[in-house]
Write a protein that binds this ligand. Sequence first.
Ligand code: GLP
Length: 266
Amino acid sequence: MTKPIRRLELAGADVKVFSKPEGACEAAAGKIISSIPICAMVRGQAVLGLATGSTPEPVYAELVKACKSGLCSFEKVSTYNLDEYYPMGPLDPHSYRSYMHRHLFDHVDIAPNRGHVLDGTVPEHFAAEHAALFDRWIAADGGLDVQLLGIGRNGHIGFNEPSDLAVDKALKLPTRLVELHPTTIADAVKDFGAEGLVPRHALTMGIAPILGARSIVVLAFGEHKAEAVARSLRGPVTAEVPGSLLQTVPGKVTWLIDRDAASGLL
Ligand code: GLP
């Protein structure tokens, strides 16, 4: 296992800086792999909150490798994904549902009714009900054991975009339908091919269920993430930078980042 080159304690979080993203992804996968049998033994299953985007792809590759070599099993695992574009069909290659099948679900022994992704096909007038149900499913499964998170360039977590909400209100945000921020739309052009093809809305797990996880692992790589990382860890707690809301749950957040993403901290 690759060792971090720096370790900092910042805003109640354990921050590990790796020379390359690979080391951080190995560490994230290691944390998930070691938590599964413990949670399964204690509570009958492990409940994982999962992220999409390019950042966690190597984590899923590590998990698949570990499952194929018998080091890990998803038989007693339930997963809840952070978000899904809206509207979005599950078979659309841009959907996070298809991303999850491509990178994880199709390659491990997870039961089909245990890999939960918000449904981008629900009628708009039932989106709030669907989102509320998602939070109830998480609660009924005993809450999230480990939440894997990425961070947007604008500091978003999941698709909880920057807002002018008071902090106490932001901390209570449930899973819901949201409008995407212009930076998020601009960043998604690389996946969709043109700005006009990027959905304007998404369903996202709320700040409240994310922060309710027993353990949170945040990954961030590259210089383009440095500002979001620095504002999340060194800046004030504000809904303008959703990543900074992680400061309100000291002791349970681990940042696994590379040297470039850490450049605003060191
Ligand atoms: C997307 C996802 C987030 C993710 C972020 C960063 O908008 N909804 O959950 O963390 O973008 O993506 P990437 O890892 O590709 O930089």
